[in-house]
Structures are given as C-alpha cells and as structure tokens.
Design a protein around this ligand. Structure first.
Ligand code: PLP
Length: 441
C-alpha cells in the first residue's frame, strides 16, 4: 500500500500546486477558510471506509460501535458550541454540505409546490433559498417549491433587508417557510421582526447561518436560535471546519410537525445514503475548537479586521452596500467607478488576491455584476490584524485602478475579450500587476 508520492505523483503535484497557491495568495473569499491540521487529519482518516446508514444506535450496518461514539460526540459538541439546551434542541450532523442541508429541511416540512420566501440571490441570498429568474427556475428549490424572494430596500438605498416589503408580500403570498440568512449580506438579520412576520402568516422560520456560524458560536453577532425553529449551516466557512453541513431543530413540535423525526428522515433515507464519517470526525474536532476561548478571540478579530477593511475602503472613496459591515464581509459597489466586479476579480487574481465578483442591488447581469465581495475569515486565521487588513484595502485599490486603466485600453471589448487581452503576453499593464503581486506574495 503506497502513499500519494509513489501511488500518484500527478495528483500529488496538483495538490502541492494548490497548496502553494493557497499560501501565496491573499485569500479573501468570504465563504472560505483554512481549517486546522487536526481537522484535516480526521478528514483524511480511516473513517472514510465505513458505511453507517441510520443514526447512532439505529444503523443498517454492523461494526458501527466507534462511529456511533463519534457521531454522538459530534452532536453533543454541536449543541454545546451553539450554547443549546439538549432538551430543547436537536441536531443532525450528516448533511453532506449546505445546499443538501437546506433541501433536506424543505423536504421535511413542505409539500411539493408549497410557498417559500428567502432573500433574492442578486440581493445577497443563496441559490438554495429558491433562486429563479423570469425565464428559468434555476435552483432545485424553485423547481419543487413556489418561491417569492424578498429583497433589500432599493427605494431608499440603505442596503438593508426591506422588512416592510417582506411583511406585505408575506401577508399576500402566505409562505409556509421564511428563510433568513445570506451569502453576501454585511449586516445581521432582524430575527425578532422576521419571527413576528412568520407568526402572523403561520410560517416556519429558518435561519441559514452558513456564512456566520463561527460568529454565532462565538456570540459576536445576534443569536438566531432565540427566534428560529430550524437553523442550518455549512461547517467550512467562518466555523473553520471540514466541508459539510448541519441542521439544528427545535425538539417540541412546530406547526404540528415533529421536526426531529421529519428532519432526520429527510436526511436519511429521504435524500442521503451513508454519512461521510470522516467529515463527521473532522466536524467533531472543529466543534471542540469552537468552544475554546481562542475561538472567540479569533471571531472577534474576524469582525474587527472586516471593520478596518471597510473603513479604509470608505476612506479611499468606495461605496459599500449598507455603508459598512457588522460581520465578516463587505460588499463593494464598483459601479460609480465605471468598472465591474468581473474585470476587477480577474486583475486581482493575476496579482494573487483572491476574491469574488458579486451582484449588488440594482444589477442587470449576474455574469458581469457591479460589485466584489471581500471576506476576512481566512486571512484572520493566517494571523492578520487590522493593520494588514488596511494594507489589503490599499492593495485592492491598486488592483481596481489597474482594472479601470485596462478597461480603458481594451475599450469596447466584451468581458471574454477583456479577459483574453489582460492574460495575453503583450498586456501593457503587466508590469503594474507583477509589481502588486510581488508585494502581495
Ligand atoms: N447557504 C449559504 C448562505 C451559503 O452561502 C452557501 C454557500 O456558499 C450554502 C448555503 C451552500 O453551501 P454548499 O456550497 O456547501 O452547498
């Protein structure tokens, strides 16, 4: 039995190139992080070999005494990490990732074509909250359920969720489920207000805290568990664990449904087979870390770093959606500068600064959106503080200037041609990009 070096140098080399990329670049994708060596050891362990359909003590395969011990430990740690009373809350730690976790909730509590309301994707929501366009039902959620997204307040341009509109629309649309949570929203959700709206129309209230679950565990943002019936999350973003998902549910029945059995059955046998025990092992390790004082210090630093980044960007004249940030990400509206997120993403990528283009309220195109999303969790894990995040803002500013100049040189060319132009050997601003890259690396 050989290790990777001997068994597959081709894959080994790809992994080592990716490792170098991760360590050399400024990793600013808000949904990414660097998990610990301990988590990676568990994920790369013999736990991947075992089948264990079912739940601890109720499996469809033999040989699960240790896997039972592991999953029970993981569940206990999940409840402890989020300060939950195990008499009132339960958790399923088997979801393979965030999108399956969400669909498992919908399968558990809705009938096909029941109505749901989540934050619209172009306004910061996630695909799995029911995204559709006028032409196409894009996400499986909008194919199997009737989706009427709510949005940010466009009339006053606050960049905050338009709760008045959500209330009015919910009163007419009468959804069975209202979803809080987002992929690109720099502020907290108003859970008490959403609870009131959900109660008034007889809807479940679910929070998808994927992006902010680390911040929730460390109590540096509002606690969704106080108001929601169900809370889902990924485990690999601010929580800093392995790629995976979890579903937390109230133990008492809600709207006549026993959430515990409905959700457990939706996960298996509803939508999944055998749990990924190596992930559950890594998750258990992550959830132990999440209860340490160092984790709280880390999450406080994530938020402070993001504020430092936001305030430097504002100083440099940038327009931020909602004007700033209360969490781990900022959303920059580049449209006043006459440049888009796609071109800026490309130039920054060439300078080893990794972030993503993002739509901002009022955008027409999702492929060439008007903004960029910048997150602080990953570089905070690498030890960056406010000072380095201020420098990051300066680096991004330089990249944006190069992108604006490059757009001028390539005037009139469509995005694909622009991307070819800047990647070509004769790109006249390559010196500037290389200069920025050498400082970043
Ligand atoms: N929910 C939210 C709010 C997300 O931002 C994401 C991913 O970015 C997901 C769910 C989906 O997670 P996954 O990519 O693990 O399916």
């Amino acid at each position: 039995d050989h290790g990777l070096d001997e068994a597959d140098p081709e894959v080994r080399d790809i992994i080592s190139k990716e490792k170098e990329r991760q360590f050399k670049s400024l990793e600013l994708i808000a949904s990414e992080n660097f998990t610990s060596r301990a988590v990676m050891e568990a994920v790369g362990s013999c736990l991947t070999n075992k089948y264990s359909e079912g739940l601890p003590g109720k499996r469809y395969y033999g040989g699960n005494e240790y896997v039972d011990e592991l999953e029970t430990l993981c569940q206990e740690r999940a409840l402890a990490a989020f300060h939950l009373d195990k008499k009132k809350w339960g958790v399923n730690v088997q979801p393979l990732s965030g999108s399956p976790a969400n669909f498992e909730v919908y399968t558990a509590i809705l009938n096909p074509h029941d109505r749901i309301m989540g934050l619209d994707l172009p306004h910061g929501g996630h695909l799995s909250h029911g995204f559709m366009t006028p032409k196409r039902r894009v996400s499986g959620t909008s194919i199997y359920f009737e989706s009427m997204p709510y949005r940010l307040d466009e009339s006053t341009g606050t960049g905050l969720v338009d709760y008045d509109m959500l209330e009015k629309t919910a009163t007419l649309f009468r959804p069975k489920l209202i979803i809080a949570g987002a992929s690109a929203y720099p502020r907290d959700f108003d859970y008490p207000r959403m609870r009131k709206i959900a109660d008034a129309v007889g809807a479940f209230l679910m929070m998808d805290m994927a992006h902010i679950s680390g911040l929730v565990a460390a109590s540096v943002v509002a606690d969704p568990f106080e108001y929601c019936d169900i809370v889902t999350t990924t485990t690999h973003k601010s929580l800093r664990g392995p790629r995976g998902g979890m579903i937390f549910f109230k133990k008492d029945p809600v709207l006549g449904i026993d959430l515990e059995s409905a959700i457990n059955n939706a996960v298996f046998p509803g939508l999944q087979g055998g749990p990924h025990n190596h992930t559950i092992g890594g998750l258990a390790v992550c959830l132990k870390h999440a209860q340490l004082p160092e984790f709280k210090t880390y999450q406080n630093q994530v938020v402070s770093n993001c504020r430092a980044l936001a305030s430097r960007l504002v100083e440099l004249g940038y327009k931020l959606v909602s004007g700033g940030s209360d969490n781990h990400l900022v959303l920059v509206d580049l449209r006043p500068l006459g440049i888009d997120g796609a071109r800026v993403e490309k130039i920054l990528d060439m300078a080893s600064i990794t972030l993503n283009k993002n739509s901002v309220p009022g955008d027409k195109s999702a492929l060439v959106p008007g903004g960029i999303r910048i997150g602080s969790p990953a570089m905070t894990t690498r030890g960056f503080t406010e000072k380095e995040f201020t420098t990051i803002a300066d680096f991004i500013h330089q990249g944006v200037q190069i992108a604006i100049d490059a757009k001028g040189l390539a005037s009139g060319s469509k995005l694909q041609e622009f991307l070819k132009f800047v990647a070509s050997p004769g790109f006249p601003l390559m010196d500037k990009v290389s200069n920025l890259r050498s400082r970043v690396e």
